[in-house]
Design a protein around this ligand. Structure first.
Ligand code: NAG
Ligand code: NAG
Length: 468
């Protein structure tokens, strides 16, 4: 080798090393941050003596639902105003957003069919025990289905934490919870679960933070405190949408407590994962399992879909309170804003249907239960703030998507969902991705849409965890 080539080789090696180091700075693994388990988010000043505070407030209180007649009358009147909705453009269904002709029909249904039956709906929502407990200054609500000792005999018993998303609520999990908890005891089914389904702080009956800085990581701390308070030291976690982010953080920050993390929308938004996704686009058949390439590719199609459908995201990530003000005292607008997501995120082709295909996969009662939860608890603004907090510099500086976790992870992908990640993208973070499945039917709200399919997927995942 000539001196010149030797010199070039050395330079190349040094250059390669530098580039590798730079890239690693940008996207290599980072250690898990430590979050303050007593950080205070309440309206009042933080307590001087936290131990005394804990002793005073760590009680779990029963919290049945019982809304006064006056609240319902007020809503009925709001739904009985003359609607000044602009008619939809000719030939347009849901492509410009919620179709206003159909919205009128839905408002009539809500007012004249659903609301008169509210006490029945209230009993439905109250079929599981509702509890609240104060954590770090915030009143935190959860459903708790506890298996009786005599029902554990001959069964494999676990606890599972269910994390909903936006614009969802604990209502997404009612049918799913019945299956997990075996409310209809089935001698042939070995698995039985204590189900803990919190309203995420700021969502539904859980109080939102009074202070800025409350992002998904801080939410995870509260929900971890909840599980510890209830005495669950080992549990499974399942989540979708925002619940996926929180579930992933739970596995990342508290691996000693999480037996396994299952999600119906596994994501890894790290820079490396994004780059991998686009590189994989050059050779789909190499990266995607045979027969499922269309879940991921072409990336350009996914990207343009995301641009079309993520306006809400940018809005909520920047000005959640302004859009919140527009929705808070306007139940008609609130229903349109929420239910549009249940149409498009279930199946994008439903945008071409005059009724958004809303009743193809859901009952109107289930959809309005969810809208009612946002309305009655006045939580649309607080729920939307999470987007702003997710994208704050402080939250991003935690770099949680670059902290790997060795908690066993399972991913169920539903074709109608918003985005899909390849195993190779997910494995940067989830080092034990042991379960990866594909379903042609079903979308973003899998727990509500296909509870049985999701349930069976969770059980399949848990069986794999057991063999580890
Ligand atoms: C709506 O308003 C009309 C007329 O103002 C009234 O007759 C009707 O009872 C109201 N309906 C409800 C459900 O409040
Ligand atoms: C979406 O709807 C279309 C038309 O009804 C159907 O062919 C397709 O399978 C649906 N996709 C999913 C994921 O359910």
């Amino acid at each position: 080798m000539s001196t010149i080539s030797r010199l070039l080789l050395i330079l190349l090696a040094i250059g390669g090393g530098v580039v590798y180091r730079q890239l690693n700075e940008l996207w290599g693994d980072v250690p898990a941050p430590t979050l303050d388990a007593q950080q205070w988010w309440g309206k009042e000043a933080s307590p001087k003596d936290y131990t005394a505070y804990l002793a005073k407030t760590s009680k779990v209180l029963d919290s049945p639902l019982a809304y006064p007649e006056s609240t319902l009358k007020d809503l009925r009147q709001q739904l009985n105003r003359t609607l000044r909705l602009a008619p939809p453009l000719q030939g347009v269904a849901f492509q410009y957003g919620f179709n206003s002709d159909y919205l009128k029909e839905l408002v009539a249904y809500w007012r004249d069919d659903y609301l008169p039956r509210w006490r029945e709906r209230e009993a439905f929502l109250g079929q599981f025990n509702h509890f609240t407990t104060e954590i770090q200054g915030l009143n935190t609500h959860f459903l708790h289905l506890k298996v009786k000792d005599e029902h554990k005999v001959g069964k494999q018993h676990y606890a599972i934490l269910l994390l909903h998303g936006w614009p969802g609520s604990v209502r997404e999990f009612y049918e799913f919870a019945h299956l997990l908890h075996q409310t209809q005891l089935d001698a042939n089914n070995k698995y039985i679960f204590d189900v803990i389904a919190p309203s995420l702080p700021g969502y539904g009956w859980s109080q939102g933070s009074a202070r800025p800085g409350f992002g998904p990581a801080q939410m995870t701390v509260i929900l971890h405190n909840l599980m510890m308070r209830l005495g669950y030291k080992k549990f499974f976690v399942h989540g979708g949408d925002v619940g996926t982010i929180v579930g992933s953080h739970m596995a990342t920050l508290y691996p000693e407590n999480v037996l396994g993390f299952h999600s119906n929308m596994c994501t890894n938004l790290s820079p490396k994962s994004q780059v991998k996704g686009w590189l994989a686009n050059l050779w789909p058949s190499f990266f995607a399992p045979s027969g499922y390439e269309d879940f991921f590719f072409p990336k350009s199609k996914e990207a343009s879909f995301m641009i079309e459908e993520s306006g809400y995201f940018h809005l909520q990530a920047t000005k959640p309170d302004t859009v919140g003000a527009a929705l808070t005292d306007n139940p008609v607008g609130l229903a349109a804003y929420i239910l549009e997501k249940f149409s498009t995120w279930t199946n994008a082709s439903y945008r071409a249907l005059p009724d958004g295909g809303l009743t193809k996969r859901y009952t109107l009662d289930a959809l309005f239960d969810n809208v009612m939860i946002y309305y009655l608890t006045n939580s649309i603004t607080t729920s939307q703030r999470l987007y702003a907090e997710s994208w704050s510099n402080a939250q991003r500086a935690l770099n949680l998507e670059r902290v790997p976790t060795s908690v066993p992870t399972g991913c169920a992908r539903f074709k109608g969902d918003l985005m899909q990640f390849l195993d190779t993208q997910l494995e940067d973070k989830f080092r034990k991705l042991i379960h990866s499945t594909y379903y042609r039917r079903g979308g973003h709200f899998a727990a509500l849409e296909v509870p049985k399919v999701l349930y069976e997927d969770v059980i399949e995942f848990i069986k794999k965890v057991e063999t580890l």
